[in-house]
Design a protein around this ligand. Structure first.
Ligand code: KE4
Length: 436
C-alpha cells in the first residue's frame, strides 16, 4: 500500500528562492541546481558536515551529490578547513607565484604519471577549453571529436549536439553557439568504435583530438565497454590525433589516478577539476612536456587566469590530495564497498516493488536509471522514465536523502558515508518506491 511521503517545512528556503529568482536567472548560479529536471523547489543549504547537509530550515539530508564530486572526504573535513584558514590569514590571493602551486602540482604528477607538466585554472570548463586549444595548436588541425552524453563544461565548441550522421559536423547544443563553431565538432555515440573509424575516414587529417569522459558521469554513470578506451587510443595514435581524458569528475574519484589509472589509459592530455581543489575552484590540464611547453609564455598558445593557482584553492587541494594519497589503501576500497551496498540495496528495493531500474555503478559513483534496459550510451539513458526519476527524487529528498537532481547525473558518496547512511538510504528508498 503506497504511503504518501510528507515534505518537511521549508519556509525559509521558499523565501530565499523568491529573492534568488529576482537576482539570478532561474534563481541559481548553475542551471542543474534549479531542480527543473525533477520538479519541486530546491532547499537552500546552510551548512554541511561529513555525509550530512543542513538546509536553512534545519532539515538534514544525506548528501549524494557531494558538490558534484569534490567532497570525497566529506564536508568540512578538518584538515581541509584548517588548511584554508591558515592560507586565508596570509591573504586570499596574490596573482604571483607561490610554493603551494608546486606542492599541489607535484602531488598531481605523482598520481598521474602521464602528466609531466600541468597548468592550474579555476574550473573544469577552463581546463577542457585550454586542452582543446593546445591540441589544435599541437596538431595544426581544427576538428574535435566528443561523445553524446559527455559534458566537458560550457565552452562554445563543446556545447554541440550530434549532426544528422556520425560523420556530419555537430549542431549547436545551445543558443549563442555559432554554426561555424559547432561545425568544428563531431558528436559521436559513446561506446561505439565504428562511428569513430567512420569519422576519421570522412575527415582524414582534420581531427585534432578526441575528448571524452573515460567513465561518463554526465549522462548518468556509463562505464566504457570492454576494449573501447584501448580502441580510441589505437585510432588516435594511427591518425595523429590527440586523446584527451576529461577526468574533471573521475579524477581522484575512481582511483588515486582516476580512470586513467583504473583503465591503464595513456592519454596525451588529462583535464582535472572538482576533487583536485577540495571544493574550492580549481581545474587543471596537463600532459607531456613537449605539448605543455607550447603554452605562453614559452610557446605560441595563449592561456591565462587571474586566480589560477589561488593560494586558498591550492591549500584545499593539497590537504585533500595529501589525505587521499596517505590513506588510498583504505579509502578507495571503503568508498567502493559503501557505494555498492547503497546502489545494490536500493536496486533490490525497486525489484521488490516491481519498479524497473537499471543500476550502473563503478567506484564511488553510480546511477539508477528508471528503465529495464541496459544503459551503455546516451540514447539508451534517454529512454529512462525521467518523470518517475523525478518522483523518486522528491520522495527521497522529503525523507532526508539528497540525490543529484537529474536522471542524467551520477550520484557520489564520500569517506564519511557509513553503515548508518546505507541503512537510512535503503529504508527511504523502500518507502519511496512504494509511494511512486
Ligand atoms: P566546471 O566548469 O563546472 O568546473 O567543470 C565542467 C566539467 C567538465 N568535465 C566534466 C566531466 C564535468 O562533469 C564538468 C562539470 N560537471 C557538472 C556536473 N555533472 C557540474 C555541475 C554544474 O554544472 O553545476
Amino acid at each position: 500500500m503506497s504511503q504518501p511521503i510528507a515534505a518537511p517545512a521549508r519556509t525559509r528556503s521558499q523565501t530565499l528562492q523568491q529573492r534568488a529568482e529576482r537576482l539570478f536567472p532561474g534563481g541559481v548560479n548553475s542551471p542543474v541546481r534549479a531542480f527543473r529536471a525533477v520538479g519541486g523547489a530546491p532547499p537552500f543549504l546552510e551548512s554541511a558536515e561529513g555525509a550530512w547537509l543542513t538546509d536553512v530550515d534545519g532539515n538534514r539530508y544525506i548528501d549524494y551529490f557531494g558538490s558534484w564530486g569534490p567532497m570525497i572526504l566529506g564536508h568540512a573535513f578538518p584538515p581541509v578547513v584548517e588548511a584554508i584558514e591558515r592560507a586565508a590569514r596570509k591573504s586570499a590571493s596574490f596573482g604571483a607565484s607561490t610554493a603551494a602551486e608546486g606542492d599541489l602540482a607535484e602531488r598531481v604528477i605523482a598520481c598521474y604519471p602521464a602528466i609531466e607538466k600541468l597548468r592550474f585554472v579555476s574550473s573544469g570548463t577552463e581546463a577542457t577549453m585550454s586542452a582543446i586549444r593546445l591540441a589544435r595548436a599541437a596538431t595544426g588541425r581544427n576538428v574535435i571529436v566528443k561523445f553524446e552524453g559527455c559534458y566537458h563544461g560550457h565552452a562554445d565548441g563543446l556545447l554541440v549536439k550530434a549532426g544528422s550522421g556520425v560523420a556530419t559536423f555537430g549542431i549547436p547544443g545551445s543558443a549563442g553557439v555559432p554554426d561555424a563553431v559547432a561545425h568544428l565538432t563531431l558528436a559521436l555515440p559513446y561506446n561505439d568504435l565504428t562511428s569513430v573509424e567512420a569519422a576519421f575516414a570522412a575527415h582524414k587529417g582534420e581531427i585534432a583530438a578526441i575528448i571524452l569522459e573515460p567513465v561518463v558521469g554526465n549522462a548518468g554513470c556509463i562505464p566504457p565497454a570492454e576494449g573501447y578506451l584501448e580502441g580510441l587510443r589505437t585510432i588516435t595514435r594511427r591518425e595523429g590525433a590527440l586523446l584527451i581524458a576529461d577526468e574533471v569528475m573521475t579524477g581522484f574519484r575512481l582511483a588515486l589516478g582516476g580512470a586513467v589509472e583504473r583503465y591503464k589509459m595513456e592519454p596525451d592530455l588529462i583535464t582535472l577539476g572538482k576533487i583536485v581543489g577540495g571544493g574550492l575552484p580549481v581545474g587543471a590540464f596537463g600532459g607531456k612536456r613537449e605539448l605543455m611547453d607550447l603554452l605562453a609564455p614559452l610557446g605560441p598558445v595563449y592561456q591565462a587566469g587571474t586566480l589560477s593557482g589561488n593560494p586558498l584553492a591550492m591549500a584545499a587541494g593539497i590537504a585533500t590530495v595529501a589525505h587521499l594519497q596517505e590513506h588510498a589503501g583504505e579509502i578507495y576500497p571503503q568508498l567502493e564497498a559503501t557505494a555498492k551496498a547503497i546502489a545494490e540495496g536500493v536496486a533490490a528495493e525497486a525489484a521488490k516493488t516491481g519498479v524497473a531500474l537499471t543500476t550502473n555503478h563503478i567506484g564511488s559513483m553510480w546511477t539508477w536509471f528508471f528503465t529495464s534496459n541496459p544503459v551503455t550510451n546516451y540514447d539508451e539513458a534517454a529512454k529512462s522514465d525521467t518523470a518517475a526519476f523525478g518522483r523518486f527524487h522528491r520522495a527521497m529528498l522529503d525523507q532526508g536523502i539528497w540525490l543529484p537532481p537529474s536522471q542524467f547525473e551520477a550520484a557520489f558518496l564520500g569517506a564519511a558515508h557509513g553503515e548508518a547512511e546505507v541503512r537510512a538510504t535503503i529504508a527511504a528508498a523502500r518507502a519511496a518506491f512504494q509511494s511512486l
